[in-house]
Write a protein that binds this ligand. Structure first.
Ligand SMILES: Nc1ncnc2c1ncn2[C@@H]1O[C@H](COP(=O)(O)OP(=O)(O)OP(=O)(O)O)[C@@H](O)[C@H]1O
Ligand SMILES: Nc1ccn([C@H]2C[C@H](O)[C@@H](COP(=O)(O)O)O2)c(=O)n1
Length: 245
């Protein structure tokens, strides 16, 4: 019996504030996998558009600039990194101005094509496997992922979590802002926020972060065992082959 651990590709999607980043980082760390925050990439391209004077209310202007910025993502779950044209963008991409404009920029098909290609190349390069989190990973970016998770939580729970990060934040305003962003992300034409038909839905409203992490680690380990058995029978390809070109 071989004691090599099979590479595994995990897609974690869901609305804003459901715990995708916290869960994905912890699961990747626990299992020795790489980690990719795809929201950070859409934030990075949005930040580049803003700082380069592109009118983010004009989809044509966004489309013609979409190929210009060089975006590089680190995949270490303990030190997620993102640069744009060689500059560290990890701070500025979290600013309110970027948060309020990222849905408009990420709805432009040319932006999605560019970022999706980048995401697939990063997933292909992850030798031990990767946890990729976002909105369209299970449906579009990695439709052949070994395991797809769709995290949900009530808007009240999500707003309370987000408000807890910022001292004195208004929970009602936070709730309205995240509902508005989810509506924009769910209604765009190109690869909207959606649960893949074969995703496992985990409602995190009444779960602690630790409980969610344990639940996902268990699901990955179960799937890893099943995929390993299938590969021994020749029923599936390698992880590299499971990432669409
Ligand atoms: N199950 C949970 N219980 C309580 N707090 C949680 C839980 N999951 C995540 N959190 C907290 O909620 C906040 C948002 O979590 P996180 O950033 O992981 O969500 P997200 O889905 O990645 O959001 P976004 O899509 O907006 O980036 C963080 O402060 C995190 O610590
Ligand atoms: N796969 C993805 C990931 C993110 N986006 C867009 C939509 C989000 O509102 C925005 C920021 O994501 P966050 O940092 O909050 O996770 O990026 C997307 O369209 N597709």
């Amino acid at each position: 019996m071989s004691d090599t651990v099979e590479s595994v590709i995990v897609a974690i999607d869901g609305p804003s504030g459901t715990g995708k980043s916290s869960t994905s980082k912890a699961v990747a760390s626990a299992l020795g996998l790489s980690y990719l925050d795809t929201g950070a990439q859409y934030r990075a391209i949005t930040w580049w558009m803003i700082t380069n004077g592109i009118d983010v209310s004009d989809p044509l202007a966004i489309a013609s600039a979409a190929g210009k910025p060089v975006i590089e993502s680190g995949t270490d779950p303990s030190a997620p990194a993102i640069t744009v044209d060689g500059l560290d963008a990890s701070g500025p991409i979290r600013e309110q101005d970027v948060t309020s404009k990222v849905s408009a920029v990420s709805a432009v098909p040319e932006v999605r094509t560019r970022i999706t290609e980048l995401q697939r190349s990063i997933a292909r390069a992850a030798e031990k496997g990767i946890v990729v989190e976002g909105r369209d990973i299970g449906t579009t970016v990695l439709p052949d992922a070994d395991l797809k998770i769709f995290l949900t939580a009530s808007p009240e729970a999500r707003a309370a979590r987000r408000s807890g990060e910022i001292k004195g934040a208004d929970v009602t305003a936070t709730r309205e802002a995240l509902i508005k962003r989810d509506a924009a992300d769910s209604s765009r034409k190109t690869s909207p926020l959606a649960k893949a038909d074969d995703a496992v839905e985990v409602d995190t409203t009444d779960l602690t972060l630790q409980q969610v992490i344990e639940c996902v680690v268990t699901l990955v380990e179960e799937r890893r065992g099943a995929t390993g058995d299938e590969e021994k029978r020749g029923a599936t390809g390698s992880a590299e082959k499971r990432v669409a070109k």
